[in-house]
Write a protein that binds this ligand. Structure first.
Ligand code: MEV
Length: 290
């Protein structure tokens, strides 16, 4: 028997562009995914899922040289397809459970590396940011193929996360952005450069605790995401409510197409106007980062 946990995440800046080589900033959330595995005759889960979850699970077990079958019991309050890293948190939790079953100790980097094998099955060409965030606590600056670095926030930040209720399909959305890059290479290269500058300025603003600037950068990041076609009417509705109710900045988080939008607010005391305006049909969470 083995048990493990993984964290939900939010991407604050740089999603999608990070797949194409720029930096991104994300943070783990306090929501967790727990996995327990016990040897079994077949590979199975205690929840209804597509074949893809079984395939990803097999890839993770293979990566740890565990060839047997297992009953995988999962417990989580992370919504799937919401841009909060369901698949990465699952993959990380399964790696930890499998490592315990095998009797090996892994540090978070090794956990993230094995979890990436699952993420490839789920998403085709993931950057690796989600499985990195799911494997450790805190905020990081991430670039594909490089070791992530921790970001020390000047002041803790408060964000509101709202789920549109519509799933986003990361694999298709990432492929859509790759098509924009292929069809309009100069436009895309220019945007990628702007995004890289924006993410580095966001890192500095996080370190300085400059919330007003961070908010403005979030709005600009959302504009870049619109330009590569990953926003949606549902996300835009949430973003305009956030802005109407005084958010410093707002954007989609994760792969978009649905999923979640986030708003940066001045402090924990400034969430009530937003929380009241958001229709109860949307799931809503508050998070403190740093
Ligand atoms: C998904 O949470 C983040 C994306 O940038 C994909 C990735 O980085 O693998 C859209």
């Amino acid at each position: 028997m083995g048990k493990g946990v993984g964290f939900a995440k939010t991407i604050l800046f740089g999603e999608h562009f990070v797949v194409q080589g720029s930096h991104a900033i994300g943070a783990s959330l306090s929501k967790e995914f727990s996995v327990k595995i016990t040897p079994s005759d077949t590979l199975n889960l205690n929840i209804e899922t597509g074949q893809i979850v079984l395939d990803a699970s097999r890839a993770i077990l293979d990566s740890l040289n565990l060839t047997g079958n297992y009953s995988i019991e999962v417990e989580t309050d992370i919504p799937s397809g919401a841009g909060m890293g369901w698949s990465a948190a699952y993959s990380v939790a399964l790696v930890r459970a499998a490592a315990q079953e095998k009797g090996v100790e892994l540090d978070w980097k090794e956990v993230a590396k094995h979890a990436y094998e699952g993420e490839k099955v789920f998403h085709g060409n993931p950057s690796g940011i989600d499985n990195t965030l799911a494997s450790r606590k805190g905020a990081i600056l991430f670039k594909r193929g490089e070791d992530p670095s921790a970001i020390e926030l000047g002041v803790p930040i408060t964000i509101v996360i709202a789920y549109t209720g519509k799933k986003g399909y990361t694999k298709d959305l990432v492929a859509g952005v790759a098509r924009v890059k292929e069809e309009k290479p100069e436009f895309f290269a220019d945007l990628l450069k702007k995004e890289e500058d924006l993410v580095m300025e966001a890192k500095y603003s996080l370190e300085q605790g400059d919330l007003d600037r961070l908010g403005a950068l979030m709005d600009q990041n959302q504009e870049h995401l619109r330009q590569v076609g990953v926003s949606s009417p549902e996300l835009e509705e949430l973003i305009s409510i956030f802005k109407d109710e005084g958010a410093l900045g707002a954007k989609l988080t994760g792969s978009g197409g649905g999923g979640c939008a986030i708003a940066l607010v001045k402090s924990k005391n400034d969430t009530s106007a937003i929380l009241q305006r958001i229709d109860k049909k949307y799931l809503i969470f508050e998070a403190q980062i740093g």
